[in-house]
Design a protein. Structure first.
Length: 162
């Protein structure tokens, strides 16, 4: 299953929906993570908050390919996208294991294929380097076999990249 997580306005809805199985719109119409860890322990992979992101752990956890479209924010995800990623911590468990000679949380849904990030907006070379590293580490933590980061000047250049 291909999932696209994006912070674009509704003008891109048609383009995005036609390129994936599930869409997660980082539109800010949800609460930020409260850090309660209930999605880890009390009710696995389900947030206690009854909003659009209640099942986000399950959607991202079952993705073979996750495509994140985000505006650059100093070499990191936009605040709206970061908020969604924070709410998806339940894709793993509180238990730890070694993967690639490093300690990581045990995956609740197993391995995945591609963690792809498409970054739009102005970005410096230092920010590009930071973004590549961030995406690589996020992919490892969430059990994705590979990561890819693409940089575009404007979201209007998305057409062939999704």
């Amino acid at each position: 299953m291909k999932v696209i997580l994006h912070d674009l306005d509704s003008g891109y809805d048609g383009l995005i929906a036609s390129r994936c199985d599930r869409v997660i719109a980082a539109d800010g119409k949800y609460a930020p993570c409260q850090g309660c860890f209930g999605c880890w322990t009390k009710h696995p992979a389900e947030c206690f908050m009854k909003d659009a992101l209640r099942q986000v752990c399950r959607v991202i956890g079952q993705a073979d390919e996750l495509v994140i479209v985000t505006k650059n924010l100093y070499g990191g995800y936009s605040a709206a996208v970061k908020n969604v990623l924070d709410r998806s911590i339940g894709t793993s468990t509180p238990f730890s294991t070694y993967r690639g000679k490093q300690m990581h949380h045990t995956l609740r849904y197993g391995k995945h294929g591609l963690w792809k990030v498409i970054v739009y907006g102005e970005i410096t070379d230092t920010e590009k380097e930071a973004f590549r590293y961030l995406a690589e580490r996020n992919a490892i933590n969430d059990g994705f076999e590979k990561s890819q980061v693409l940089f575009i000047g404007d979201a209007s250049e998305l057409e062939g990249l999704l």
